[in-house]
Ligand binder design. Sequence first.
Ligand SMILES: Nc1nc2c(ncn2[C@@H]2O[C@H](COP(=O)(O)OP(=O)(O)OP(=O)(O)O)[C@@H](O)[C@H]2O)c(=O)[nH]1
Ligand SMILES: [Mg+2]
Length: 479
Amino acid sequence: METQVPTLAIVGHPNAGKSSVVATLTENDRIAIDKRAGTTTRSDQYPVEIDGKTVLRFIDTPGFQNPTDILEWFQRHPGGTDLARAFLEAHRHDHLYSHDCALLKPIAEGAGIILVVDGSKRIKEKDRTEMELLRLTGRPRMAIFNNLSANDKYLAAWQDALNKSFNSVRAFNAHRATYAERIALLNALKAIDQRWEPMLDETVRAFERDWQRRIEQSVTSLLELLREALTFKVVKIVKANELDSDRDREKIRQHLTENLQEGLRKLEQKTQAEIREHFKHHVWNVSPSSLLVKDLFSDEVERRLGLNRHQTVLASAAAGAATGGAIDLGVGGLSFGAGTLIGAGLGSVLGVLGTSQLAKLDIQRTLGVERFTLGPVSNPRFPFILLDRSILYCARAMNWAHGRQAADESAPNRVPDQTAKVQQGFTEALAGEDHKALAKFFAAARKGKDCAQEQRVREIIRSVLQDLSNDKIDSRAHL
Ligand SMILES: Nc1nc2c(ncn2[C@@H]2O[C@H](COP(=O)(O)OP(=O)(O)OP(=O)(O)O)[C@@H](O)[C@H]2O)c(=O)[nH]1
Ligand SMILES: [Mg+2]
């Protein structure tokens, strides 16, 4: 084992949530976690790598099997010996202590210790035994509360007992911990062994750079999605003699609308897969009540995300004025200029996406064929809705702890994605100037053109994503 790479063994009772803590700390959702005790039977190493370099190592261990025996054995042996190593040598082949030996092995090899406890349960004799035997190993050690319920009746007693034997005692919840809390834990590890300080400082900086890089990659994915979605169109060519009536044309329109929607759904899904990859998610169980699983073209999504009507009109007017074209608010196949629209009363003009037009149908007749083209999307609200939903997806990817594989209703999402809880889209909370910049970017994207606003748009989205991952969430008015 390279000594300069800080290595921490995660220890505790069977089922204390040790593997869940390791999964969250290493962003590895493939680690076996189960409600049954005894899931982990050997010590497994989980290196944290940044740019191909191992900067930190966590070791998942089985729960203590016979803590009382270990403590008694330690107490019978003279101080100054490396007790973990001595115990291991004496019990290496004793099947009765197989889990204990697996647990003590990394400690004997020099790993620091993170003890995981459930501070919501009453403290028992066994807990005190484990604390004492870990103290006797003489290794740098931290204790963390991974509380499985909100009960805080016993917390003071735990604090008291742990403070006596551990260099640092902190809360770290495997299901709720965010990026910021992971960084805070790494910083706290510096205090338990000063030799680690330079390496951990570097690790924290590497983590921060890596996180910024992921946010940047996500912004790129989102801009790419918007560009692709806003140029996407569907075409059907039919022989004129196969078209009897307007009913046939209406059927083609419906068919093309379905294709257009399906194509846009696919583009969204492709981007979602990229975002999961940026944030290392392989397990992705979203509850059916989440707005993220509703159809992109459903009323719920349309109602809860995107700009409001007033904002849409103002933003589109600015973008329309800039490009010198009329604004198509795409309602019932009619096209309104800004003046007409405002004069007509906003309420009656902008409907939900389901009833208003997503894109215009163009029909060209030449040489005995009719060429039907639907798209690209001209509805001015749609890109705001798509962007909002993508931001919501990023928010979940950024804030969903990798150790949270099972459903856990007790831990609300950092950024609510339950349909009933989403009161407003992210773009709606932005300033009018930002709406205009976005609208101009969308207008240029529709034409497949570069946009002078692109840098600005990047900054807007980056800043929203940074806020959502920096624990500033509670200060956002709409959440
Ligand atoms: N509600 C809640 N449940 C948790 C939390 N952390 C872990 N669990 C659950 O506790 C159970 C045990 O988690 P594991 O991570 O497998 O525990 P372990 O300590 O590794 O267990 P063994 O390997 O069997 O010793 C699983 O059902 C987890 O989903 C948490 O923070 N909150
Ligand atoms: Mg385990």
